[in-house]
Design a protein around this ligand. Structure first.
Ligand SMILES: C[S@@+](CC[C@H](N)C(=O)[O-])C[C@H]1O[C@@H](n2cnc3c(N)ncnc32)[C@H](O)[C@@H]1O
Length: 359
């Protein structure tokens, strides 16, 4: 019940375009520790972040030297408030640049920030100018503009690490990026992201909502992910496959509208199946592109949702095991060459004659 309420809170953020879920320092820290090798000499841009309140800015400013950053830019939209949730607003967006010198403040105040001429929308020319100077964009952008936000980063060919809703995987633009290996899920997912600071006026419901030690309201929707195109070693770790298809065929029913089997849990992917398999979207959290290939999302040959005896399991991703395919190709080659040798022998041609014949 509580989970349902929290999901609807996030959905409300989406429809209201409030988008006011502020990321906690601890969640940023626990994700960023896996990417430290990417930041040396780089310009980081947090473009939905008021440097005066953003924990993204705080994280990079505090770790500026350790990461070897060249510059940190934090820019925010017009309605960003002075402190987390008071009512002071400005029609202009603003930004702050931190270069790690003693003149730069790690905790900037209103005098330190520079106002844009416009509203600081991430799509504005002024914000895009800052984007062009940057190498890596790291933030939690507005949920309601996620597709557009990611599309802009792809257009400008930027590295990124972003928080989004798990549902973003189901957006065709985002799925395409993942399928084509241009983006992937980060390390933490769902409960791995502990919660967001929400404005005072948010009502708190259920067990997934609380007030923290600093008096901030926190909700834990448990349905968020990190999306990135920064490499980690973890994404090249194989999923351990302990189940077998052959001998347990009834556990893996075939789809009505696709030549593949249904697998309900990632841990149940069989190690011996060489065909297409439909797996839940959470598979992407464990996905190793060296081990599996993503084929298609959700739809069968008739472009309707994948179904088993007329019933559709919740969004499935069709995958194929690359390693079995490779083994299968190798085996077929071996078998073919054995057959050829046998055929030649049957014709009574010896090895020398074969060499001569092939010259
Ligand atoms: C989900 S909140 C996250 C804020 C901050 N990045 C963080 O993680 O704490 C998204 C932020 O984007 C801002 N925002 C909304 N629309 C925007 C736009 N078009 N351009 C830039 N920022 C926008 C909102 O005001 C909000 O502060």
């Amino acid at each position: 019940m509580a989970r349902k309420v929290q999901h609807s809170l996030l959905n409300k953020a989406k429809t209201n375009k409030n988008d006011e879920f502020y990321t906690q320092f601890s969640d940023i820290e626990s994700e960023l520790e896996h990417y430290k090798n990417h930041f040396k000499g780089k310009v980081v841009f947090c473009n939905c972040d008021d440097a005066r309140i953003s924990n993204f800015f705080k994280y990079f400013a505090q770790n500026f030297k350790e990461l070897g950053l060249k510059k940190l830019i934090s820019a925010c939209y017009k309605k960003q408030e002075r402190d987390l949730f008071n009512t002071e607003e400005s029609e202009n967006g603003s930004f702050y640049e931190y270069t790690g010198t003693i003149e730069d403040r790690i905790e900037p105040n209103s005098q330190d920030i520079i106002y844009f001429n416009g509203n600081g929308d991430f799509r504005s020319t002024e914000s895009i100018e800052l984007l062009k100077q940057s190498d890596i964009v790291v933030t939690n952008p507005p949920f309601s503009l996620f597709r557009e936000y990611v599309a802009q980063l792809i257009k400008y060919d930027k590295a990124f690490l972003l928080i989004g809703n798990i549902n973003a995987i189901t957006y065709k633009e985002i799925f395409k990026l993942i399928k084509e290996n241009n983006a992937w899920l980060g390390i933490n997912l769902g409960r791995g992201i502990s919660g967001f600071i929400v404005p005072e006026h948010y009502e708190l419901y259920g067990t997934e909502a609380r007030i923290n030690e600093s008096g901030n309201k926190i909700i834990s929707p448990n349905n968020c992910l990190w999306l990135t195109n920064l490499e980690t070693s973890k994404r090249h770790e194989d999923i351990e496959l302990t189940k077998k298809y052959f001998g347990n065929e009834t556990e893996y029913p075939k789809y009505d509208n696709y030549d593949g089997i249904n697998v309900n849990k990632t841990k149940d992917i069989p190690s011996d199946y060489n065909g297409f398999m439909g797996v839940p979207i959470t598979f992407l959290h464990k996905f190793n592109p060296d081990q599996f290939e993503i084929i298609k999302f959700r739809k069968g040959n008739d472009e309707k949702d994948l179904s088993i005896n007329g019933k559709c399991p919740y969004f499935r991703i069709l995958i194929k095991n690359k390693r079995i395919q490779a083994e299968f190709i190798e085996l077929t080659k071996k078998k073919k060459s054995q057959q050829v040798t046998k055929a030649i022998r049957n014709l009574g041609i010896n090895d020398n004659q074969q060499v001569y014949a092939s010259k």
